[in-house]
Design a protein around this ligand. Structure first.
Ligand code: ZN
Length: 411
C-alpha cells in the first residue's frame, strides 16, 4: 500500500484555520498583514512547534519552515502557497497548499523518512493583492520580479503604508527576500475553475499558466441632447463601443483556449436623456500559447485602427496596461504529478491555470509545477468555495509522492 498523509488532520486544520477571520457567510477574511493574517500564521506556527523545523522569515514577511535532509548543503525542494485571503475569501484558496505542505513534512517525520535534501515549506506574503497591490508580492520580491523598495511604498485604501505594517509585525529586521539556490517548487491549489469537477477528474496536472494582456480603451465623442439631435449628426461613442465589443468577442472565439473579457464599461455623463460624450472600457485577453496570444493582440490593435479610420469624428484611444507572459511548467515535474495520479488510480487531466499564482513567479527562477484539485461549481474568492475532504487528501498525497520522488532517491 502506498503511504499517505493524514486526511482527517488536514481537514481539521483547514476548518480550524477558517475560524481565524471567520465571516458570517462561512468564509474567511485574512487580508495580508492584517491582525487576522498574523493570527492565522501564529496558528500555523503552533502546529509546527512540536516539530524541529528550522524557521526563517524575511523582510517582506515570507515564512519558511525547513525539514532537514541528509545533505544539508543540497538545494532544497520548495513547496507551499499562501495564507492570506480576499475580504470575502473561502477556506481553501492558498491555505490548502500550505497545510498540505505541513502534512507532507509531518508524514515524512511519522514514516521516519530521511530525504536526501532539505524541504522548505513556504508561506508567501500577499498573494491576493486585494489590500496592497500588486498581487503575488512576497514571491515576486523573492524571485526578483518585483522591487522591494517599490512594494514597501504601496498603500492600502485607508492610506496605511505596507512598510509600516511590515514594521508593526516585526519583519523589518529580517534579511532581504531572496530565493537561495532552490531545486524546484511545487504548489497544490484548488482549481478556481469548473473544468475538473465537470469532467469528474480529481487531479489537475497543471502544465502552465495563461499569458495575459490588459488594455484600457477610451472613446470620446460629444455630449448632446437625446431629443433634438438626429442620429446622423451625433458624435456618439456608443456605436463604436458596440463594434469594439463585437471585435473582442470575435477574438475570444479564435480557438477554444482563448479568453476575452470586457470587464468594465463606463459611459459619461451616464444620464438617460444625454448622448454620452465619452465611453471607457477595459479588455482582458488570455491564452496559454504565446504565439496565439500575440495573434489576438495584433487582431485587437489592427481592429482598433480600422475602427479609428472608419469614425473620424470620434477620438478612439487604446493602450496596453499590463502583460504577463505565458508560463510553462517543468516537464519533469509535470510528469511526476501525472505518474502519481496514475499510480493512485486518481482520475486526472492536463490543465492550464487561468488564475495567477505564486508558482508563476517561482517558474521564472526554478523548475516549477502545480497540482489542482476540483472546487465546487468552480467558485473561489467566495465564502461558498468548497473542496471535498477526499479531493483535498488526494491532492496532498500527490504532493507527497512528487516530493518523495524528488528527495528519496527513488526517481
Ligand atoms: Zn491562491
Amino acid at each position: 500500500m502506498r503511504s499517505g498523509i493524514n486526511g482527517d488532520r488536514l481537514w481539521a486544520r483547514l476548518m480550524a484555520m477558517a475560524e481565524i477571520g471567520a465571516t458570517p457567510e462561512g468564509g474567511s477574511c485574512r487580508q495580508t498583514l492584517s491582525d487576522a493574517d498574523e493570527a492565522g500564521r501564529a496558528l500555523f506556527l503552533d502546529w509546527c512547534a512540536a516539530r524541529r523545523y528550522q524557521r526563517r522569515r524575511d523582510r517582506i514577511g515570507n515564512l519558511f519552515l525547513r525539514r532537514a535532509g541528509g545533505d544539508a548543503e543540497a538545494a532544497p525542494v520548495l513547496i507551499g502557497s499562501h495564507l492570506d485571503t480576499q475580504p470575502t475569501g473561502g477556506r481553501f484558496d492558498g491555505v490548502l497548499g500550505v497545510l498540505a505542505g505541513l502534512e507532507v513534512l509531518e508524514t515524512l517525520d511519522e514514516l521516519a523518512v530521511e530525504t536526501d535534501r532539505p524541504i522548505d515549506l513556504c508561506v508567501w506574503t500577499n498573494e491576493e493583492g486585494c489590500r496592497f497591490q500588486p498581487a503575488m508580492m512576497g514571491s515576486g520580491v523573492a524571485c526578483g520580479v518585483l522591487d522591494m523598495e517599490t512594494v514597501l511604498a504601496a498603500r492600502d485604501h485607508g492610506g496605511t503604508m505596507l512598510a509600516d505594517e511590515i514594521a508593526r509585525h516585526g519583519y523589518d529586521g529580517e534579511p532581504l527576500p531572496q530565493l537561495a539556490d532552490a531545486a524546484c517548487y511545487i504548489e497544490l491549489h484548488i482549481e478556481q475553475g469548473p473544468i475538473l469537477e465537470a469532467e469528474g477528474k480529481t487531479i489537475g496536472v497543471v502544465t502552465g499558466g495563461q499569458g495575459i494582456r490588459w488594455y484600457e480603451i477610451s472613446v470620446v465623442g460629444e455630449e448632446s441632447h437625446a431629443g433634438p439631435v438626429p442620429m446622423a449628426l451625433r458624435k456618439d461613442p456608443v456605436p463604436v463601443l458596440m463594434h469594439l465589443i463585437g471585435l473582442v468577442q470575435a477574438i475570444g472565439h479564435i480557438d477554444e483556449d482563448a479568453r476575452c473579457t470586457v470587464g468594465r464599461i463606463e459611459l459619461s455623463p451616464g444620464a438617460i436623456n444625454v448622448v454620452p460624450g465619452r465611453a471607457d472600457m477595459t479588455v482582458d485577453l488570455r491564452h496559454p500559447d504565446a504565439a496565439v496570444l500575440e495573434t489576438m493582440h495584433r487582431r485587437f490593435i489592427d481592429g482598433l485602427e480600422t475602427l479609428r479610420r472608419g469614425h473620424p469624428d470620434i477620438d478612439l484611444q487604446g493602450r496596453q496596461i499590463w502583460h504577463s507572459p505565458v508560463v510553462a511548467f517543468d516537464d519533469t515535474l509535470v510528469r511526476l504529478v501525472r505518474e502519481s495520479a496514475a499510480a493512485r488510480s486518481l482520475p486526472f487531466r492536463d490543465i492550464v491555470s487561468g488564475a495567477g499564482h505564486d508558482a508563476f513567479n517561482l517558474a521564472r527562477r526554478v523548475p516549477t509545477t502545480m497540482i489542482f484539485v476540483p472546487c465546487r461549481d468552480g467558485i473561489s474568492h467566495n465564502p461558498r468555495e468548497y473542496a471535498t475532504p477526499a479531493d483535498v487528501t488526494a491532492g496532498a498525497n500527490v504532493l507527497l509522492d512528487v516530493v518523495c520522488a524528488l528527495t528519496c532517491g527513488d526517481r
